[in-house]
Ligand binder design. Structure first.
Ligand code: HEM
Length: 244
């Protein structure tokens, strides 16, 4: 008579993941802290937008100045570029500090870059050009800095669309290859910035220098990795020939 009861409790133990796979308190704490940090980073990324909103509404004497549409285009473009560079800074920072947790924020930062660049384009297309397709196309063809800007945005689109974990799994190695486009996009972004500046090239030059450091770091680590593989292979080869 006692058998069925025993069997039932056993079965429950086997099928109930929670019974056996209780995460230890440390892991749970870590997941909770990361969750909180993600919320904090999300709110920080929204700050530029909140400030723009307050300026548009004229809260507490804030304003976008004499040419609000131009100012809006400039500020959104600048934040798009800032977030692109911040996203690119995640990997070098992780390697230099050993803080793997930084990787948890990279997708969010990349999506914010897309969000600000898309808003930059929409303000230009909607408020500046009244969604007049003919004028926008003419601008894209005739103004090289706009051609470069739209190319960057078009390339950014598949990256944003494939940023989910599901797409990452589905694309496998191709995902990584596709997402390397971000280097080209950042180059186009700073080029676009540099080209539209009329006189003072100091600010775009600073952006170009930051991008050069970020890409230079990647080239250096890539070259070091290749070199150490080459040295290891040489070692194995000479060991092998000495053996025979
Ligand atoms: C990855 C894509 C893009 C990035 C990173 C970007 C970034 C920028 C930056 C940093 C500025 C200068 C802001 C300043 O001077 O304070 C700017 C200006 C501008 N961008 Fe973009 N942009 C992008 C795409 C686009 C696209 C797709 C368009 C339109 C088709 C566009 C249209 C403009 C316009 C009209 C200006 C202002 C130029 C002026 O005042 O003469 N941008 N952008």
């Amino acid at each position: 008579m006692a058998m069925p009861m025993k069997w039932r409790s056993c079965t429950q133990a086997w099928i109930c993941v929670k019974t056996f796979e209780q995460p230890d308190p440390d892991t749970r704490m870590k997941a909770k802290t990361i969750g909180l940090l993600k919320v904090l980073v999300f709110l920080l990324c929204l700050l530029p937008l909140v400030k723009l909103g307050l300026e548009i509404l004229g809260v507490a004497g804030l304003s976008l100045g004499a040419n609000p549409i131009e100012e809006l285009i400039h500020r959104l473009g600048k934040w798009g570029l800032n977030f692109l560079l911040i996203t690119l800074a995640v990997t070098p920072l992780r390697k230099l500090t050993g803080q793997n947790v930084l990787l948890r924020f990279r997708r969010m930062l990349g999506l914010f870059a897309f969000f600000y660049v898309l808003s930059h384009f929409l303000v230009y297309a909607g408020l500046d050009q009244s969604f007049d397709l003919a004028v926008i196309v003419e601008d894209i063809i005739e103004r090289p800095y706009i051609t470069i800007g739209i190319s960057a945005l078009v390339l950014l689109l598949p990256l944003a669309l494939t940023s989910t974990k599901g797409m990452m799994r589905r694309l496998g190695r191709r995902w990584q290859k596709l997402h390397r486009l971000v280097y080209l996009i950042a180059c186009l972004g700073v080029w676009h910035f540099y080209w539209q500046v009329k006189k003072d090239i100091l600010e775009p030059s600073i952006y170009i220098s930051i991008l050069a450091v970020l890409l230079g770091y990647r080239l250096l680590t890539h070259w070091q990795k290749k070199r150490s593989i080459h040295i290891k292979l040489q070692g194995i080869k000479s060991e092998h020939t000495a053996h025979f």
